[in-house]
Design a protein around this ligand. Structure first.
Ligand SMILES: Cc1cc2nc3c(=O)[nH]c(=O)nc-3n(C[C@H](O)[C@H](O)[C@H](O)COP(=O)(O)O)c2cc1C
Length: 201
C-alpha cells in the first residue's frame, strides 16, 4: 500500500484576495508545449505572433484550438483573414520565435515565408504547417478561445519541434522505455505498459 503525501498547495488568492499571478504563471509554466506562429498576409505584408496555447481538439472534423490575449493588437488583423496559417516552430527556430513574440520591431525580419491559400502565411523551416479558418470564438476570462478548422496541412519529418516550458525554450528528448525487471516491484505494471501502443497523436 502506498502512503499518500499531500503536496503543499497555496491558495490562488493572496491575503488581499488578488490572484497571485507569479505563482500561477510558475505552475502553468510547468506544462510544456510546442510553439506556433499564427500568421496571415495582409495587403502583401506579413502579420502574426507566436503562440504556445495551440492545442489539438478533434480529428474528425480536424479542429485545433488557440487562446489569444484579449486586447491583442495583432489578432484583429489575423482574425479577418479567410485562412490563418499555423506553423509549428522547429527546435532551431527559437530566435525567430522570440522575434515573433516581440512587442516592437519587425517580427518577420530575416524570416522566409510563403503565402498559402486564403491569405494564410507559412514560415519556412517549421516542423509542420496548417491552413485553418475560424470555426468558433468565445471570450473566456482574459483570453479569446478560438477553435480553428484545419483545411490543408504538411509536415517536415526531419525537423524536431521547439518546446516551451518553465519559461524557457527547450527541445525534446525521447525516453528509453524501461525494460521489465528494471524495478522489480513494478514488473507487472511495466510489462503491461510496454505492451500498450501509444495510440495518440
Ligand atoms: C513562448 C511564447 C508563447 C506565447 N503564446 C501566446 C499565446 O498563446 N497567445 C497569445 O495571445 N500570445 C502569446 N504570446 C505573446 C505573443 O507572441 C505576442 O507577444 C503578443 O501577441 C504581442 O501583442 P500584440 O498581440 O498586441 O501584438 C506568446 C509569447 C511567447 C514568447
Amino acid at each position: 500500500m502506498s502512503v499518500l503525501v499531500l503536496p503543499e498547495l497555496d491558495d490562488v488568492n493572496g491575503a488581499d484576495g488578488a490572484v497571485d499571478s507569479q505563482r500561477l504563471r510558475k505552475v502553468f509554466g510547468r506544462f510544456p508545449t510546442g510553439v506556433t506562429a499564427i500568421c496571415v498576409v495582409e495587403d502583401g505584408q506579413p502579420v502574426g505572433f507566436a503562440a504556445s496555447s495551440f492545442n489539438t481538439v478533434s480529428a474528425d472534423p480536424p479542429l485545433v484550438s488557440l487562446c489569444v490575449q484579449t486586447g491583442s493588437s495583432t489578432w484583429p488583423h489575423v482574425q479577418k483573414s479567410a485562412r490563418i496559417g499555423v506553423s509549428i516552430f522547429a527546435a532551431d527556430q527559437s530566435l525567430l520565435c522570440r522575434q515573433m513574440a516581440s512587442k516592437t520591431g519587425d517580427r518577420f525580419a530575416g524570416a522566409a515565408w510563403s503565402e498559402g491559400e486564403g491569405g494564410s502565411l507559412l514560415l519556412a523551416g517549421a516542423a509542420a504547417w496548417m491552413e485553418t479558418s475560424i470555426e468558433f470564438e468565445q471570450t473566456v476570462g482574459d483570453h479569446e478561445v478560438v477553435i480553428l478548422r484545419v483545411h490543408r496541412l504538411g509536415v517536415d519529418g526531419d525537423q524536431q519541434p521547439l518546446v516551451f516550458g518553465d519559461s524557457k525554450f527547450q527541445e525534446l528528448k525521447e525516453l528509453v522505455p524501461p525494460k521489465p525487471g528494471d524495478e522489480p516491484g513494478a514488473r507487472a505494471v511495466q510489462e503491461s505498459l510496454l505492451s500498450l501502443s501509444l495510440g495518440w497523436w
